[in-house]
Design a protein around this ligand. Sequence first.
Ligand SMILES: *[C@@H]1O[C@H](CO)[C@@H](O)[C@H](O)[C@H]1NC(C)=O
Ligand SMILES: *[C@@H]1O[C@H](CO)[C@@H](O)[C@H](O)[C@H]1NC(C)=O
Ligand SMILES: *[C@@H]1O[C@H](CO)[C@@H](O)[C@H](O)[C@H]1NC(C)=O
Length: 156
Amino acid sequence: MSSGMASLLVCLATLSSSLVVLAQRGESCKAMSSPIYDCSQTIYSDCKNATFVTDRSTFSKNCSQVSLFWDAPLYNMTLLFDSDLIGPYELCLERVMCTTAFLTKNDGSEVEIKWEKFNEPVCFKSQQDIPIMQFRFDAGERWHCYGSFINFFFRQ
Ligand SMILES: *[C@@H]1O[C@H](CO)[C@@H](O)[C@H](O)[C@H]1NC(C)=O
Ligand SMILES: *[C@@H]1O[C@H](CO)[C@@H](O)[C@H](O)[C@H]1NC(C)=O
Ligand SMILES: *[C@@H]1O[C@H](CO)[C@@H](O)[C@H](O)[C@H]1NC(C)=O
């Protein structure tokens, strides 16, 4: 067998095993993340219902906005935004491409988020002095986006 043929077979074997991994995605997990670089961080998951806590205090105080890059978005990503803020505040989110976004209220019900204008963030008021706000981003079951930015900032 030529070495070209051998490497083709290796490629095919690698491809098929990664397809198996995709097909066997677990049901729920914690999302993984890259180290924080200035005001941004990459997150990714290998399951259908991933959860990630993004903590304001881990980013520089100089960040006027934080940018999470969801690498290869698929299925659900639940994000818990921990503001560390005591007292009322607002969390403002820019439009998140490639996903349908929902705010999860404290009673567990969800509200779909609609962005009127591309460049205008939508802001949400915190409820009952709870420092954490929860959102779910549903990227669907077919991979159609390389990645998606979740850009947000807090306002007091
Ligand atoms: C993801 O979580 C939701 C809510 O808990 C659940 O309804 C759904 O079945 C889960 N999906 C999978 C594939 O586990
Ligand atoms: C924040 O900005 C100030 C003023 O530009 C700078 O001196 C400081 O080093 C920055 N801090 C961080 C953590 O980047
Ligand atoms: C994503 O979450 C929603 C709501 O919990 C659920 O209905 C849906 O099945 C989930 N998607 C997957 C792929 O688990």
